[in-house]
Write a protein that binds this ligand. Structure first.
Ligand code: GLY
Length: 350
């Protein structure tokens, strides 16, 4: 199993090899209500005369559900999609996760290609083959590993990206920086996010995407090494689930950033990580992301969500990936309840 996210300069030429292998009437495009207007025109231009069916699913994390997967399955079935069909997922992580899962399961699997339209999806969600949907309030509880044929990163799609979306993706990029080395971490810290966007070179983005690529190639099914990519996500997902349970909107990357602050604290306490890294991440948080809308009273609820985390190995024991140093992560760590409370207190009191 390999993964292959590539930055493409010409979307049409990048699509041709996949279109050539797709019989007439067997091309399907999944978009959500946002990407159907904001990004689809760019993709439609690249597709030119090629005929396709568009499947528009509702936007927003609250719609990352089995119902949305069914909508895609039904559209494929109603338009007589065969096992030769190709699904193009045009959107952020929600579209690529849902579309990927629908493709992985329809008639036991059809090909799919991701065209990510958010920074977060470009650097993380759209590559690596994790697909699925939220279930019983737990993020991505039902899903499968199913690699896309390719992930085509086309930077002009980022042109109208709101600043919160840049920040959401930047958080996952910072995670990759921590997993890679001091040089990449320092380069990422030097980026400035202004009111409109975060200007970064294609080379920096490609270097960042390659961090995940190398890890996934070594451990595609997350038996060990790939768990490093979950850094920040144990506390982060709990915060995200707590927001959603209250009907509040929050960007995934913001929760990952907050989760990383707490998990860097744990890394300092448990693994001897240099405190300076925690200080740097805390400054990024205060400069751009603000504090999560949680306080010490929410700790119990957050721990309950963490107990349900699908990454846990033993029921009742929360599993963490932590860092000994930048570029030196360790998987399958547990912490005491006191240590976890302290880490959350640190995060909430910044
Ligand atoms: N987003 C983490 C992973 O794909 O493993």
């Amino acid at each position: 199993m390999t993964m292959d996210a590539i930055i493409v300069s010409d979307l049409r030429s990048a699509l041709i090899p996949f279109l050539d292998k797709t019989p007439k009437g067997q091309l399907f495009v999944v978009v959500d209500e946002n990407t159907s207007t904001k990004c689809m025109p760019v993709v439609a231009e690249a597709l030119g005369e090629v005929a396709y069916e568009t499947i528009v699913i509702p936007a927003g994390e609250s719609h990352k559900t089995l119902a949305a997967v069914e909508q895609i399955w039904n559209a494929l079935y109603n338009h007589q999609a065969t096992r030769e069909a190709l699904l193009l997922n045009v959107g952020g992580g929600m579209v690529t996760d849902l579309g990927g899962f629908a493709a992985a399961t329809y008639k036991r699997g059809i090909r799919y290609v991701n065209i990510p339209t958010s920074l977060l999806a470009m650097v993380d969600a759209s590559s690596g083959g994790k697909t699925g949907f939220n279930y019983l309030g737990v993020k991505n509880m039902i899903g499968s590993f199913a690699m896309p044929e390719d992930t085509l990163v086309y930077l002009p799609l980022l042109e109208s990206l709101p600043v919160q979306e840049w920040l959401s993706g930047y958080a996952e990029m910072l995670k990759h920086g921590l997993l890679k080395d001091e040089a990449h971490w320092t380069e990422l810290l030097a980026l400035e996010v202004d009111d409109n966007e975060c200007v970064m070179s294609g080379e920096l983005l490609a270097e960042n995407i390659a961090v995940k690529e190398r890890i996934v190639e070594a451990d595609p099914k997350e038996k060990g090494l790939r768990k490093l990519l979950n850094f920040g996500h144990t506390v982060g997902h709990a915060i995200e689930e707590a927001y959603h349970a209250e009907g509040k909107d929050v960007k995934h990357g913001y929760c990952v950033l907050w989760g990383m602050v707490a998990e860097l604290y744990l890394s300092v306490v448990k693994m001897g990580l240099d405190k300076e890294v925690l200080r740097q991440m805390s400054s990024v948080m205060l400069a751009y992301y603000g504090r999560p809308e949680c306080n010490c009273k929410d700790r119990e609820r957050l721990v309950e969500w963490m107990m349900k985390d699908k990454k846990n190995r033993v029921a009742g024991e929360i599993n963490f990936s932590l860092l000994r140093a930048i570029g030196d992560g360790v998987v399958d760590q547990t912490v005491t309840r006191e240590e976890l409370d302290e880490a959350m207190e640190y995060l909430f009191s910044l």
